[in-house]
Design a protein around this ligand. Structure first.
Ligand code: SAH
Length: 474
């Protein structure tokens, strides 16, 4: 972090503004909105600033800046168009250990004014540390659209009722649940409908009723392949509701970053020496234990929980213990790796069916015939590439059948290796492809050589450009 964000309580505190042009005026308006006692020093003043002085909103001294002007100030804003004067103000402030913002000059500023979304008493501030104010402002526009004005009114209501809420819900978890209810339930609806009295009444009623006994529940959530942008909105909300998050190792750090700050994060990956069944038993026990304590548990899995994720086993365990659950799907590795490697999983003329398989079940593949005109996606296959590709050839697939390995799909480290069934194992070893990687077999992978757009693409074999074009044209 390059700057420490801080919100200042400026009510009735002196802030010195040096300069009285239009740029200064914009800062003056903000400072007044925050209740500051604004003193302006300048040789000449814009009519709007002059008007503020006549109406007593600011104190205006028409004079040259001298360090004495800083007397009694908590904060200084240098807003003149004279960079040497701004510099002098910043230096004088620094000598007195006063925070100083030089407008549009990050290098001279010891404090920066962020772009803000004002939903008083809720304030959202965004800063690029002076690196690219336009980016901060663009983000602000998006957040502005995202946070309804009613959120501010709700925050104000929560502030007024804070003591009452604390008294009626002394238990921290119950209180947190109450605040969630405030945001998601009828009180917020009433505020949206501009009915503050109704909102007040609903809140009072809920407090008087006392908390109904709540039961914990488990949300089985698919975290997607790694890129946090591929998490669903429902999944994001689950991460914000969670008291406890039990996550696999496959879940990316970027996704975990989105979780509520005070949620308890438990990594439940397989530990060395533990077999799969023991890991599962441990996970079942943790889910049941936390849910029984009334907590909202998010069981977070890479990709989709129902695609090679043992999701159903976990739900059966919950059902057995009478614990409520919901399932939030995620983008499975096959879809993500296909998309991010430019490999359509079906394509007219190249593949009209799709199989999702795991290399862990070799016997199954033996029962079936050669999968022509079909895309095969193999999970957990890197370690068994040699035997798996040999098996596909034994079933009748040609040794030059194109295939691809997508490593770390959708993550910044993504690599896609294009090969043929005959040489994929050797190429994967050569390029040190490691888990998590997905093995895609079929004509469609040729298209990936043409359509690749993300991460690194390795095409050690001669690119089958002509064939790819033929498939594209079909
Ligand atoms: N439930 C998960 C799959 C879990 S099995 C899902 O729906 O995606 C684990 C296997 O998934 C890995 O061995 C790998 O083959 C594949 N996988 C998961 N994430 C991946 C990623 N980001 N890139 C490539 N393969 C991935």
């Amino acid at each position: 972090m390059e700057h420490f964000p801080l919100f200042l309580h400026l009510r009735a505190r002196k802030v010195l503004v040096v300069g009285a042009g239009l740029i200064a005026e914009r800062k003056i308006a903000l400072l007044l909105a925050a209740g500051a006692e604004v003193c302006v020093v300048a040789r000449a003043a814009h009519s709007r600033v002059q008007e503020r002085a006549t109406t007593g909103q600011v104190r205006l001294q028409l004079q040259d800046f001298t360090p004495e002007c800083l007397q009694g100030a908590w904060l200084v804003i240098a807003a003149t168009n004279d960079s040497r004067l701004n510099e002098a103000v910043a230096q004088a402030a620094s000598r007195r250990q006063l925070w100083c913002n030089v407008v549009d000059d990050a290098a001279r500023s010891s404090a920066q004014v962020p772009a803000i979304v004002d939903r008083a008493p809720l304030t959202i501030a965004i800063s690029s540390g002076g690196a690219a104010p336009v980016i901060a402002r663009r983000l602000r526009e998006r957040i502005e659209a995202l946070v309804e004005p009613s959120v501010g009114w709700l925050t104000a209501l929560a502030r007024r009722q804070r003591t009452a809420i604390r008294k009626a819900r002394p238990d921290l978890i119950a209180r947190r649940r109450f605040y969630h209810w405030l945001l998601d339930g009828p009180v917020h609806d009433a505020l949206r409908a501009a009915q503050p009295d109704q909102a007040d009444a609903l809140l009072q009623l809920a407090l008087a009723e006392g908390e109904k006994p709540t039961h914990g529940k488990v949300l089985l959530v698919g975290a997607g392949p790694g890129d946090p942008g591929l998490l669903t909105l429902r999944g994001l909300r689950a991460l914000n509701e969670a008291d406890v998050i039990l996550h696999d190792r496959l879940v990316s750090a970027e996704v975990l970053q989105l979780a509520r700050r005070d949620a308890l994060l438990i990594s439940v990956g397989k530990t060395p020496g533990e077999d799969h069944e023991a890991t599962q038993r441990r996970i079942h026990a943790l889910m049941v234990q936390h849910a029984r304590q009334g907590r909202t548990v998010v069981r977070l899995k890479g990709g989709d929980p129902f695609v090679f994720g043992r999701g159903a086993e976990e739900l059966l365990a919950l059902k057995q213990h009478g614990i409520a659950y919901e399932v939030v799907p995620g983008i499975t590795a096959a879809l993500a790796c296909g998309a991010y490697a430019g490999i359509p999983l079906t394509h007219r003329g190249a593949a009209d069916s799709l199989t999702l398989a795991t290399a862990q079940r070799q016997d199954q593949a033996e029962r079936e015939g050669a999968p022509h005109q079909q895309t095969q996606v193999v999970y957990m296959g890197v370690e068994r590439l040699a035997s798996h590709s040999a098996q596909l050839m034994a079933q009748g697939l040609a040794p030059d059948t194109p295939c691809a390995l997508v490593e770390n799909g959708s993550r910044p480290t993504q690599r896609t290796l294009h090969a043929t069934l005959a040489n994929v194992a050797q190429q994967a070893r050569h390029h040190r492809i490691a888990a998590p990687a997905l093995f895609i077999v079929g004509e469609v992978t040729r298209l990936g050589q043409q359509l690749a757009w993300f991460g690194e693409t390795i095409t050690p074999v001669t690119a089958h450009t002509e064939q790819a074009e033929a498939v594209l044209a079909a």
